[in-house]
Design a protein around this ligand. Structure first.
Ligand code: AGP
Length: 619
């Protein structure tokens, strides 16, 4: 979490930093700040609590000047949401200014040592410890030439730090230089003829650059004017940068006529799925073409077990993917929270193929799980949306979703995209085993028709869900229940409602409610029943009746042609019949709309829900 942008070059830094901060605001929005200056203009630091807009209002009248600058948007870890804790942080001697994304785990011990030497602290952050540590080393290294002294101070300080960091540092003695370092928190160098950029992701400087260098862990980039050198943080050896060209289109996201990204991303799901599937069906129309897998059909046939790892919505999408793979390819699949997997030393069977699933490709828990699996020598693949993300690069191979940038903090199109991709994978693996040519053809045709179906269902559900959101806006508690593949859809529906509208929501397998949670049902509790799976329709109806018998409110999401008795619900919406594998995607759409409209009724910020950030790069 936390977003970084920095610039050094021919243009005024202010506008570049502000634009960049807006682009990385999704990474955290508790506070924001910038430091700007250069050889002619002493560095000034300005910070504000809240969204970037507050910072813009604050700095607009100040006339800040300079061609060098660093900016930061914060997701609070150490220290409350106050201006004193906003970045950039400055050393006591005012020589060093620093922005940081990550967590310094041993900050308390380092702080205690610094306090003994007389350093004063003005914030509660771990970052202020680091900036003062650098200043202290700088004092000790006075025999070195200034620029080298700057670099060595950063290097020596970081050798003492445990934790994660993407940092950018200014040294006021070298006003035309910047140092950036990364360890487990992303940092990308952007290059154009007018200047050099450092950002948390390429989106931070989208529109400005085409060439980037994705820093690896333990790499330090030292920028001097228009030159830069990348070295190994530990031993200082120079590394040769691998320059990559980025697709400008991929990293921009215009709102168009939509009022916010949440709504835009919900309504572009059909198009996004269509783009994702482009070129991904085999020429005979009976299977998938997944070039990124880089595993031979022979090797895939040896796979005896699959493990899917992810967090949040990516985990719930994986749960659906697991059912799809088990159903269509008959390969057993385990799904684990990446954050738990890292620390429980799970036994893995040989011939297990591991996929990590992450929209951003930067989630630290998922990245750590990937690294743990790699350490154990298992083949790992990634399913990610962000090209060049850390997980994509470290996994070595995998599948890009190509859904376009997802800006809203709540996953919407990435969820349906991940499920849609796992369905394709199920088809691919299924065709290598027992799925017939004709069954494969049928599956492919269903996937090809999915984008249009998604558009249809969104159009069908839009107004009814808006109306239901108004009806239930004052409710405090909501259950989501579903069976089979619709149980993970229920979990996703509950997560959407929680994060977008702040309404308390919980999900249960439909049959589980009676084992305890039914005690909570009364007229003030809403239950959304996902009843689009025909084969268990009778069971779903029984569960609705049980809730109605306790005077709970029920919204039923049903399936056309499968009438639900009126006494089983308060409201109902029937979705069109689709190929069974696609039910989870179709069924989550009204839930996304319900959460979106309920949040809008409650005047919540649907793109930036409180306390959250899009990319979770802390543990
Ligand atoms: C979902 O709406 C959340 N924003 C969150 O659960 C998210 O899915 C999770 O943090 C994982 O992110 P990733 O897919 O980028 O790894």
């Amino acid at each position: 979490m936390c977003g970084i942008i920095s610039y050094i070059g021919k243009q005024d830094a202010l506008q570049i930093l502000i634009k960049g901060l807006k682009c990385v605001e999704y990474r955290g929005y508790d506070s924001a700040g910038i430091a700007i200056g250069d050889e002619q203009h002493p560095f000034r630091i300005e910070r504000s609590v809240g969204y970037i807009e507050n910072l813009i209002k604050h700095v607009s009248p100040l006339g800040l000047k300079g061609h060098v600058g660093i900016g930061h948007t914060r997701w609070a870890t150490h220290g409350g949401i106050f201006e004193k804790n906003a970045h950039p942080h400055v050393s006591n001697d005012k020589k060093f200014i620093l922005v940081h994304n990550g967590v310094i785990e041993n900050y308390a011990a380092l702080k205690a040592t610094l306090l003994k030497t007389g350093v004063k602290f003005y914030s509660d952050t771990d970052t202020e410890v680091l900036v003062n540590l650098i200043a202290q080393y700088y004092q000790q290294l006075e025999q070195l030439p200034t620029s080298q002294r700057f670099e060595e101070s950063v290097r020596k300080s970081l050798a003492e730090v445990q934790g994660t960091y993407g940092i950018v540092v200014i040294c006021t003695d070298c006003p035309n230089e910047l140092i950036g370092v990364r360890k487990s928190s992303p940092l990308v160098l952007g290059i154009n003829p007018d200047g050099l950029f450092l950002g948390s992701d390429v989106g931070a400087f989208s529109g400005h650059i085409e060439n980037v260098v994705y820093l690896s862990d333990h790499e330090m980039v030292h920028i001097k004017g228009m030159d830069y050198q990348i070295t190994d943080l530990m031993n200082g050896s120079v590394t040769s940068p691998s320059l990559e060209t980025i697709d400008r289109e991929q990293n921009t996201a215009d709102l168009g006529d939509f009022p916010n990204y949440a709504k835009k991303e919900i309504f572009e799901q059909g198009t996004a799925l269509g783009n994702m599937y482009l070129g991904r069906f085999s020429s005979d129309g009976s299977s998938a073409h997944l070039g990124g897998l880089q595993i031979t059909p022979y090797e895939l046939r040896q796979v005896e077990r699959i493990l899917l790892l992810g967090c949040g919505s990516s985990l719930y999408a994986s749960k659906i993917g697991a059912s799809l793979i088990e159903t269509y390819a008959r390969i057993p699949v385990d799904v684990e929270y990446a954050s738990e997997f890292c620390y429980r030393n799970a036994p893995l069977n040989k011939n297990t193929l591991v996929f990590v699933v992450s929209q951003s490709g930067e989630t630290l828990d998922t990245l750590n799980a990937l690294r743990e699996v790699k350490r154990k020598g298992f083949p790992t693949l990634a399913i990610t949306n962000v090209v060049g993300s850390t997980i994509a690069r470290e996994a070595g191979c995998g599948i890009y979703l190509h859904l376009g940038m997802e800006v809203g903090v709540a996953a919407t199109k990435s969820f349906t995209g991940q499920v849609g991709m796992l369905a394709l994978l199920a088809l691919y693996l299924g065709r290598m085993r027992d799925m017939s040519f004709t069954d494969g053809r049928q599956f492919v045709q269903a996937l090809q028709s999915l984008p249009q179906k998604v558009d249809e269902v969104l159009a069908l559900c839009d107004k009814p869900m808006q109306k239901l959101a108004k009806t239930y806006v004052d409710y405090q508690h909501c259950f989501f229940i579903g069976r089979q593949m619709l149980y993970p859809v229920a979990i996703e529906g509950a997560l959407k409602l929680k994060e977008l509208s702040y309404m308390h929501a919980e999900a249960y397998p439909a049959g589980e409610l009676k084992h305890g949670a039914l005690a909570l049902i009364d007229p003030s509790v809403l239950t959304i029943v996902l009843a689009t799976n025909e084969e268990v329709m009778g069971k779903n109806i029984s569960n609705m009746m049980e809730i109605k018998a306790r005077h709970g409110k029920v919204i039923a999401i049903g399936l056309e042609g499968c009438e639900i008795p009126q006494k089983a619900y308060d409201e109902v919406i029937y979705l069109p019949k689709v190929y069974p594998a696609l039910l989870p995607i179709i069924t989550v759409l009204p839930l996304q709309l319900f959460a979106y409209y309920l949040a809008s009724e409650r005047k919540c910020n649907v793109d930036k829900p409180r306390n959250l950030a899009k990319s979770v790069t802390v543990e």
